[in-house]
Design a protein around this ligand. Structure first.
Ligand code: PLP
Length: 413
């Protein structure tokens, strides 16, 4: 089975985890800031337990008046919208560009009101947003800018890592979960512009030692099971099983191996995840060192599949690098019936992700803020994510392409 995602981790990365109890002192240096600052210069960088903690802490730092408006793209990870609502703020949904999955700046301008305080952009799938225009809009309207860079390590705009551009007050989040392109078995980062960075106090993170241990430990295993050699008989059946038992209220396993794509009652809780651990930054260091190479490999795979699929009239492709250099961390295509294609691919041993991000402006739990976002709705209904990681061989990429091509040449599809 070809996994939908696999990590680029090497033995050395795992050894950071296993050696961390005995090499505690050695892991003190370099500091987190030192490891990241050559990629994200002139910013204050803080380790966080997860990406969502980074956003939560950012919103706490801003301490906005209740009911303040956060402009946010509709095609999004539901958790991000939930956090905004939970903080008493009002999400104002903005449509996306079909070809990048990032915020549409024309619609963004239309949605600004006197209550607007923050623009929250997502560099979706690692595709850079229209950064220049967004910065201009933020400056003209005195808005704070927050960038969701969960997919965007190595994503560039004018040769700079996104999240470090322009002199608009704000910040960014990064996530180092098991499905992300830099994986440290969990962890996140909060990036802040200078003034906000000076004001930020991370009050530490209190979880029970056993919770912390289990949280990281399970992620080590999930990462190992993503290896293409074992995926088909480990993680793939395990995630099916976890989805099955979650129907009977046992949700723990599922939260780790097959996180919910939409949980209407989700509430953020500060102390349920492991804190950022010192060994994690060493995993970042080694993965950052080969980041450019990984991006080039992913780009080659994506270009290969896109070239093969281009002639198929039922398929539309994205323009990943429209506003800069995408990192190709995720790869999606538009198809008429994504669930039918998804089932066909799985039958042929190709795992995939048919439904991960939604048009949040149309989700029930956000009905108080509902909006009509045509492109987000279209992405929600028709975009399917295919495997695209750096370990994918050309033979596998051609197999994926052939399987899709033959599917659409049958006149029934
Ligand atoms: C993964 C992800 C996050 C945050 O992830 P955590 O699980 O909290 O580390 C934020 N936004 C997007 C789009 C994501 O995919």
């Amino acid at each position: 089975m070809i996994p939908k995602h696999t990590t680029g981790l090497k033995g050395k990365d795992y050894s950071h985890y296993f050696l961390s109890p005995i090499l505690q002192a050695k892991y003190e240096r370099p500091t987190f800031q030192e490891i990241w600052e050559s990629y994200i210069p002139e910013r204050k960088l803080f380790p966080e337990p997860t990406g969502r903690h980074a956003l939560w802490h950012f919103l706490e730092l801003l301490n906005l008046e209740k009911g303040s408006e956060v402009l946010i793209q509709a095609y999004n990870f539901y958790v991000i919208v939930s956090l905004i609502v939970q903080k008493g703020l009002k999400p104002v949904f903005v449509d996306i560009e079909s070809d990048t999955l990032c915020i549409d700046t024309q619609d963004l301008k239309r949605k600004i009101t006197t209550k607007s305080k923050v623009i929250l952009v997502t560099h979706m799938f690692g595709n850079p947003s229209n950064v220049n225009e967004i910065i201009e809009i933020a400056k003209q309207n005195n808005l704070i800018l927050f960038e969701d860079c969960a997919h965007a390590v190595g994503t560039k705009h004018q040769d700079m890592q996104v999240s470090a551009i322009g002199n608009v007050p704000g910040g960014a989040l990064f996530s180092f979960g098991v499905m992300k392109s830099v994986n440290s078995f969990g962890g996140g980062m909060l990036v802040l512009t200078n003034e906000l960075g000076l004001a930020y106090k991370n009050n530490g993170h209190r979880v029970k030692p056993l919770t912390s241990f289990k949280d990281t430990f399970f992620r080590v295993f999930v990462s190992a099971f993503m290896n293409p050699k074992v995926y088909g008989w480990t993680l793939y059946p395990l995630s099916k099983f976890s989805v099955f038992i979650s129907k009977f209220g046992m949700e723990r396993l599922r939260n780790i191996v097959a996180p919910n794509k939409n949980a209407p009652r989700y509430q953020f809780a500060e102390n349920t995840r492991a804190p950022f651990k010192a060994f994690m930054k060493h995993m970042h260091k080694s993965q950052l060192a080969c980041m450019n190479e990984s991006i080039l490999k992913r780009k080659e795979i994506v270009e290969l599949i896109k070239t093969r699929l281009k002639p198929i009239k039922q398929i539309s492709l994205l323009n990943e690098s429209k506003h800069g250099d995408a990192n190709y961390s995720y790869f999606g295509i538009y198809v008429p019936d994504k669930f039918a294609l998804s089932a066909h691919l799985k039958k042929n041993g190709i795992d995939n992700e048919p439904a991960e991000y939604y048009d949040c402006s149309a989700l029930d739990q956000f009905s108080d803020y509902s909006a009509i976002c045509i492109n987000a709705k279209n992405a929600s209904e028709h975009l399917i994510r295919l495997p695209s990681y750096q370990a994918l061989t050309h033979t596998e990429a051609n197999f994926i392409s052939n399987t899709i091509i033959s599917y659409y040449s049958s006149k029934d599809n």
